[in-house]
Design a protein around this ligand. Structure first.
Ligand code: OFO
Length: 174
């Protein structure tokens, strides 16, 4: 049985994942505006993946007899100075999501709700992968540079990470 405190914390996490999904959607749109269709594909895939994270928590809440609430979503950043700034913002967003995941996880542990604690470990792993991924992307962007053909190669680099499905850190490392 889910406590009211954990139900509230999990619903907040639903909202955090929804915001992450919208933030990536906005990034995908900005990339399309810049003609970076490969990068857009990558961010669309990220957006879809975040929506699936949101739904997984949503379904979990109801499965343990809580009440999952459809979240209100604040508009994310829609304009960026450049691709580097955008990826830095993506990494900063992921770090905030990680902090939020840890909070829910700690709460579940404090309450000795091991089912919820166990459920949250998927998100702990996922966040580690995503931080690795965005750090990797930043390193590659710094290596390529944004001058001359730089943006073109960055676009290709991001497209290569999609591989037809949502990107993962494992893919980034290969
Ligand atoms: Fe939901 O995986 Fe990152 O934010």
């Amino acid at each position: 049985m889910l406590s009211k405190t954990l139900e509230k914390a999990l619903n907040e996490q639903v909202s955090v994942e929804a915001h992450a999904s919208y933030a990536y959607l906005a990034m995908a749109s900005w990339c399309e505006q810049q003609g970076m269709t490969g990068a857009a594909k990558f961010f669309f895939a990220q957006s879809t993946e975040e929506r699936s994270h949101m739904l997984k928590i949503f379904n979990y809440i109801n499965s343990v007899k809580g009440h999952a609430l459809a979240p209100a979503v604040k508009q994310p950043s829609v304009k960026f100075k450049g691709i580097v700034e955008m990826v830095k913002e993506a990494l900063a967003n992921e770090q905030k999501v990680t902090a939020s995941v840890y909070k829910v996880s700690e709460l579940a542990q404090d309450e000795k709700d091991y089912a919820t604690y166990n459920f949250m470990q998927y998100y702990v792993d996922e966040q580690r992968e995503e931080e690795v991924l965005f750090n990797h992307i930043l390193e590659r962007i710094e290596l390529i540079g944004t001058e001359g053909m730089g943006k073109y190669y960055i676009d290709k680099e991001l497209e290569a990470l999609t591989g037809g499905s949502a990107p993962t850190a494992e893919k980034a490392a290969n």
